[in-house]
Design a protein around this ligand. Structure first.
Ligand code: UN1
Length: 510
């Protein structure tokens, strides 16, 4: 757990302290009010101290919000295609520095380099998409009811936004929110997860280097209970965009609701991969390995349930277990690593708690269920890929989000039963069906209650230019990625121009 320095007492000086990092507020890199800090350590090696970061609170947020409104004056008036040019340069800089950022990101949050490079690539793709969106931001026209009158809509920057982001995609997920906000003309006050402040500082540096006016981005690092809460509570924040746990998300949503503020929530998942007997089993095994254990299962889109048609159940599980056993756990910066550590001690304890729950519920532990042996891994928050079979749909390990490398296998007789099991959870983010039958595929597309359905692909791996989000307790109806997110950061104005030269009354029965 990354502990606040303020409460750490007499910790002995570290040999490997690299740097002290600051907030970016009102155009300057500044300490948090009172100089409070927290440490950020490598989850693969807790002796590796990455740096000391600003632990922000309400006073820092206050300064950031007022600076962001100053930024609004200038930025909201700049033509959107010009704002887009800044994002184009940000995409270019991210491209140049992809390897360096990926290395630091892996050091900070653990996933293997190929995955952190992918994370940066997603931000690059989002930057270029957002840059070109500056030349669209379409309004509409429609015919008026009356002669010599015209109606159309324009999009106006909505204000300044609080951005609260998770650690599992330290650059990609912020880019999904921050780039669209910026191209829409809205400055942001960003509170990144306390586990990944280094990636956030790099991201802000790049935006500034790309030419973003300084008041348009504010960075307040620290904890949700301090900086995050202050942001959500601030009366002058126009709206909030949040990705994280369902528990925190609904609390944020409730506060925003009370104050009439727009809020976009992207939260938990309990995503299932359904494999029908007519599927290409090799492909389905590759899919579930990646979906369940990629990013150490720490994705809101991770496959945490595998739903198998009975006829193939035993063979599929045997082959899957054999493959999962071969996954190499380790430091994500070392080549050959398939699965990195969990993010912190709390995350590993949560996984351990659920493994105990699964055993108590009577599920059969087929693989893992323990920390790995070996000195090399002792200093990190590692946990072995874990597979439970004999899982009933109402067990907690089949219902609750674990956010770790734990897969629950359920058995069903038919497509209908499979879809019923898939839908029988409170979440609805991603889903997947493997089948060779086009009719089964389309029935699943139609009936699975989720924001995303993959056919013959794993539950993870959304593309930047398609809408991303979920139903039920996963979200509140908004989508990120693709084109819909631009609606969140703009207000639509309807314009009527009457050039008849006389008073014309709409909605009067003539
Ligand atoms: C998340 O886990 O919060 O589709 C986002 C995916 C990624 C995004 C995951 N592109 O899994």
């Amino acid at each position: 757990m990354k502990t606040k320095t303020a409460s750490m007492g007499n910790r002995k000086p570290e040999a490997r302290v690299s740097q002290t990092f600051k907030n970016f507020i009102a155009g300057e890199w500044v300490e948090a009010d009172g100089g409070t800090t927290f440490e950020n350590r490598n989850p693969a090696d807790r002796d590796d101290l990455i740096g000391v970061f600003a632990a922000s609170g309400p006073i820092d947020v206050e300064r950031a919000v007022s600076a962001a409104w100053k930024g609004f004056e200038e930025w909201s008036r700049m033509p959107a295609p010009k704002r887009g040019e800044v994002l184009k340069r940000a995409g270019d800089l991210l491209t140049e520095r992809k390897d360096e950022i990926a290395d630091g990101m892996t050091r900070e949050m653990g996933k293997p380099l190929a995955e952190t490079r992918g994370d940066v690539q997603e931000a690059i793709d989002t930057a270029y998409y957002a840059a070109s969106e500056g030349r669209r931001l379409f309004g509409r026209t429609a015919p008026s009811e009356l002669r010599h009158k015209m109606g159309f809509t324009i999009r106006r920057p909505a204000g300044i936004f609080g951005i609260v982001t998770p650690w599992n995609f330290p650059i990609a997920v912020p880019s999904w929110k921050i780039f669209p906000a910026l191209v829409c003309g809205c400055p942001v006050v960003w509170k990144p997860a306390q586990d990944t402040p280094w990636s956030a500082v790099r991201f802000v540096e790049i935006l500034l280097e790309a030419g973003l006016p300084e008041n348009v981005i504010q960075l307040v690092t620290g904890f949700g209970s301090d900086a995050g809460a202050a942001l959500v509570e601030h009366p002058d924040i126009t709206g909030i965009s949040f990705t994280g746990s369902t528990e925190v998300g609904w609390r944020i949503g409730a506060r925003c609701g009370e104050r009439g503020k727009p809020v976009s929530l992207e939260m938990g998942g309990k995503n299932a991969q359904l494999v029908m007997a007519d599927a290409d089993l090799d492909l389905a095994i590759e899919g579930v390995l990646w979906g369940a254990f990629g990013t150490t299962g720490q994705r809101c889109t991770a496959t945490s349930r595998l739903v198998l048609q009975s006829d193939i159940h035993d063979e599929f599980v045997d082959r899957l277990v054999a493959r999962a056993e071969g996954l190499v756990l380790g430091d994500g910066r070392k080549s050959g690593t398939d699965v990195g550590p969990l993010i912190n001690e709390d995350a590993r304890e949560k996984v351990e708690k659920y493994v105990r729950i699964g055993q108590e519920e009577g599920a059969h532990l087929r693989l893992g269920g323990a920390r790995p042996d070996g000195e090399k891994l002792e200093k990190g928050w590692f946990y072995r890929p874990t597979i439970f079979t004999g899982v009933a749909p109402d067990m907690r390990i089949a219902q609750e989000e674990i956010f770790g490398p734990v897969l629950s296998v359920l058995e069903v007789g038919s497509l209908d039963e499979g879809i019923e099991v898939m839908n029988g959870v409170r979440y609805g983010l991603s889903s997947s069906i493997y089948t060779g039958d086009v009719g089964s595929a389309f029935r699943a597309i139609e009936r699975i209650d989720a924001g995303i359905t993959y056919v013959n692909g794993p539950t993870i791996g959304a593309e930047a230019h398609f809408p991303f989000g979920g139903v039920k307790d996963t979200g509140n109806g908004h989508r990120e990625g693709g084109w819909p997110v631009y609606d969140f950061f703009t207000e639509t104005k309807t314009v009527y121009v009457d050039y008849s030269g006389k008073l014309q009354k709409a909605q009067i029965d003539t």
